[in-house]
Write a protein that binds this ligand. Structure first.
Ligand code: ADP
Ligand code: MG
Length: 319
């Protein structure tokens, strides 16, 4: 079973940033309004995610680490229309098979927090307010081959910050901080949607982009598309969300590219942030454990919608 867990972990946990993504997902699912991510050595030595969400009752703490233990799916019907970020009940189990994990949590009606050490199974009182702290130490300590594949601390740190940035862009109602070895490296205060886009993507991007807004009934797309002049050599500022979930999708990327076809040359990459809302029964987000891939029921409709939305944005003279 240990081996099964480690294999499953390989799909979910590739590097510190994958852990950050899963832990922040969980914090958001718990209704948090403030999330702090604290890292040591680019997240390789330690990742701590602290939230002010609803917490985990102490008698449920051991369950949280079990494979396929999820409090988020009540029935098969729910599986069809998953609205929370996590739904497989795999992340914490996978992470604890390749790192030293502890969870400290307190609910509103708990007398105090309890901390569970995953390895020893020991449960002890802990001091903290309502919410949850998950601590992940020494990632891949028991799988040295995987640990060797990690890049420099600076590179892993950059990936961790990027993982938080992807969440921050779609959740302006939540404040995020990222700390590295005691220093604040990133902070996004609560804002409205436009304010958060400005804070995350930068004044420069806002200045050189146009608002995207299209409503096709079953499909709604908002966001910003960079002007052709703001395109870059690398595809590093391309953010796409489907129903609040960050995705990398070839179909959508192609739809965007074709909107830029006549105005962008020389292999340059457009910058954009697109937030797509689509009826949950028209999209399958359960394709891959990392949840970064999606499958659409009507892929032509989505491709056309994205293309039209971006074309329309680029055609508008600067407002
Ligand atoms: P999933 O998110 O798919 O349900 P996870 O392995 O990520 O699975 O988490 C297992 C369970 O642990 C969750 O269903 C939830 O009940 C609990 N949990 C994990 N992190 C938190 C958190 N930060 N706040 C509250 N509950 C949490
Ligand atoms: Mg989860």
């Amino acid at each position: 079973d240990e081996l099964v867990s480690q294999i499953a972990a390989g799909e979910v946990v590739e590097r510190p940033a994958s852990v950050v993504r899963e832990l922040v997902d969980n914090a958001l699912d718990a209704g948090s309004t403030e999330i702090a991510v604290k890292l040591v050595a680019g997240g390789i030595r330690a990742i701590v995610v602290e939230d002010d969400g609803h917490g985990i009752p102490s008698d449920e703490l051991p369950m949280a680490l079990k494979r396929h233990a999820t409090s988020k799916i009540g029935s098969l019907v729910d599986l069809e229309s998953v609205s929370t970020m996590g739904f497989r009940g795999e992340a914490l189990a996978a992470i604890s098979s390749v790192a030293e994990v502890s969870i400290a949590s307190r609910t509103a009606d708990g007398p105090h927090a309890q901390r569970l050490d995953a390895r020893s199974g020991e449960l002890a009182p802990f001091a903290r307010g309502v919410g949850t702290s998950v601590e992940v130490r020494e990632l891949f300590f028991n799988t040295p081959a995987r640990r060797k594949f990690l890049k420099s601390e600076a590179t892993e740190l950059a990936h961790c910050v990027e993982a938080v940035r992807r969440h921050a862009l779609t959740r302006p109602d939540v404040s995020f901080t990222v700390w590295h070895e005691g220093k604040l490296v990133q902070q996004w205060r609560r804002a409205d949607h436009d304010g958060r886009m400005r804070d995350v993507l930068g004044e420069e991007f806002i200045e050189h982009s146009r608002a995207v807004s299209i409503d096709m009934g079953v499909l709604r797309i908002i966001g910003r598309a960079g002007t052709p002049e703001s395109a870059r050599a690398r595809a590093d500022q391309q953010y796409v969300y489907v129903n609040g979930r960050f995705v990398r999708d070839k179909l959508i990327a192609h739809g965007v590219r074709s909107a830029y076809e006549d105005v962008l040359h020389g292999g340059r990459q457009p910058c954009y942030a697109l937030f797509i809302e689509i009826a949950p029964d028209r999209v399958d987000v359960n394709v891959h454990p990392t949840k970064i891939e999606v499958r659409f029921r009507e892929s032509r409709e989505v491709h056309q919608g994205v293309k039209r939305a971006v074309e329309a944005a680029l055609a508008i003279p600067k407002a």
